[in-house]
Design a protein around this ligand. Structure first.
Ligand code: SAH
Ligand code: SF4
Ligand code: F3S
Length: 440
């Protein structure tokens, strides 16, 4: 019988996409997907280091795998992804039950190391980071039939002082437009309705003189691509040509993730974010002016070292000006090896918590206010799943990336339908199906 694998994925969409790549490699070797962790011959965990909490979750999972291995000594355990680098020594010294450790640029070696592990007792480790690896010629194994994640660049050269990603993922490098276009065509032919272009710094894409807006335009022109999203961009690289391409092609969703991180200039500078409060606000205004009804989401970190009450007030001020449609809010978490981890003017935990609650509460009011401005509009919605509350209702996302709930009618999953927005409650919209014909 063919050996089976189980893979658990933590972290961002890049990791989700990488896990699909690893599954593609395993399936080529004859492995099949196991329905459960307990029954698998090989267990992989794709890890994230971005905050302490993410690492803690992986540590507790590893404890679970240890117990499984005690019962079934033949099972192989593999640690993949962003924690590989920092865990390498810990694993080799303290976790003898881990058989394979592979960093994000070493997945091509997986079949080889799996085969070698069958004959050698020693753990197999490769955490080398590459300046070139983009896995251009490998096709991931995708399961879900609605959205296809397509990785277009890897790594990050921005070195924000709080962030571990440049260390876990290495230098920036981009795939060829040709390779990306053929992967998009394949995803379309497999029936995927939405394409999401991925990269740690998606809009610093550069390949043979082509920039991100060129790539986006090439993808928008491919026959059969109904919806395109991209994540995660950096404000510094949101250019006018990019906004113009977004305004021109109706299949590019009217939505931008615009990570603010902090509002005070002194903190932004200390974070190495490369923009001032004023520049960020002007950019957000320009986006709203060029792309009417655009959805803008953000990331905010509270309690960065040295953030005074008056600095935090500047973050609140930007929020009040821009009125983000949604926000991911985090307490600063020191990461070993990053510059900010060396700053000793840390904000106390209870103060971080209090600031976090403030941004969450304020964001709720902004989300509701922005959502209410959509009432009365007819939006094109991609039907994604059944509502948890009712078997008679669908949920899907409008172009601006807001969830809307509506009675099923004759609509089917994967349809793009017209829905009139009638109510805004909590973080969701409620609507009425207008017709099943494809909306523009
Ligand atoms: N490349 C992406 C995001 C990477 S991490 C970008 O620049 O947008 C996603 C988010 O996690 C970041 O935007 C930041 O808000 C948060 N984050 C990263 N490092 C963090 C840390 N040390 N503590 C708290 N939040 C952090
Ligand atoms: Fe991290 Fe900054 Fe790079 Fe984003 S841009 S991955 S926050 S270093
Ligand atoms: Fe985490 Fe690595 Fe993504 S650290 S957020 S999985 S790039």
């Amino acid at each position: 019988m063919n050996p089976s694998y189980f893979i658990e994925t933590y972290g961002c969409q890049m990791n989700v996409a990488d896990s699909e790549l690893v599954e593609g490699l395993l399936q080529k070797q004859g492995y099949t997907q196991s329905k459960s962790l307990e029954a698998a011959d090989v267990i992989f965990v794709n890890t994230c280091s971005v905050r302490e909490h993410a690492e803690e979750k992986v540590h507790s999972q590893l404890g679970r795998y240890d117990l499984i291995k005690q019962k079934r000594p033949d099972v192989l355990i593999g640690v993949l992804g962003c924690m590989a680098q920092s865990l390498k020594h810990d694993i080799l010294e303290n976790r003898p039950y881990v058989d394979i450790v592979l960093g994000p640029d070493s997945y091509r070696r997986l079949p080889e190391l799996l085969a070698r592990k069958q004959t050698i007792a020693k753990s197999q480790v490769d955490t080398t980071l590459s300046k070139f690896e983009v896995y251009d010629d490998l096709f991931p194994s995708r399961k879900e039939g609605i959205n296809a994640w397509i990785s277009i660049m890897r790594g990050c050269d921005k070195f924000c002082t709080f962030c571990i990603v440049p260390f876990t993922r290495g230098r920036e490098r981009s795939r060829s437009i040709h390779g990306i276009v053929s992967e998009v065509k394949q995803a379309v032919s497999e029936g995927f309705v939405e394409i999401t272009l991925l990269g740690q710094n998606v809009n610093s894409y550069k390949h043979e003189g082509k920039e991100f807006h060129d790539l986006l335009e090439s993808v928008a022109q491919i026959d059969g691509v109904k919806r395109i999203r991209y994540t995660s961009p950096h404000p510094q690289d949101i250019t006018d040509p990019l906004l113009d391409v977004m305004a021109t092609y109706p299949n590019i969703c009217n939505y931008i993730h615009l990570p603010l991180q902090a509002g005070a200039d002194s903190i932004l500078k200390r974070m190495n974010r490369t923009y001032t409060k004023e520049q960020f606000i002007r950019l957000a205004d320009r986006i709203r002016q060029k792309l009417p009804n655009v959805g803008i989401s953000t990331d905010i970190i509270v309690g960065f070292p040295g953030e005074k009450t008056s600095d935090f007030a500047e973050t609140i001020d930007v929020m009040n000006h821009v009125k983000f449609d949604s926000a991911f809010n985090f307490k600063y978490s020191p990461r070993r090896g990053t510059k900010a981890a060396e700053y000793d003017d840390r904000v106390p935990e209870d103060e971080k918590q209090a600031r976090l609650i403030k941004v969450i509460e304020l964001q709720k009011t902004h989300t509701l206010e922005r959502n209410k401005s959509f009432i009365g509009r007819v939006e094109s919605v991609l039907v994604e799943k059944e509502s948890k509350r009712s078997k008679d209702q669908w949920v899907g996302r409008i172009d601006a990336n807001k969830w809307v709930i509506f009675d099923k009618g004759i609509a089917q999953i994967k349809d793009i339908v017209s829905v009139e927005i009638i109510e805004a409650k909590g973080v969701s919209l409620h609507g009425k199906l207008i017709n099943k014909a494809e909306a523009a």
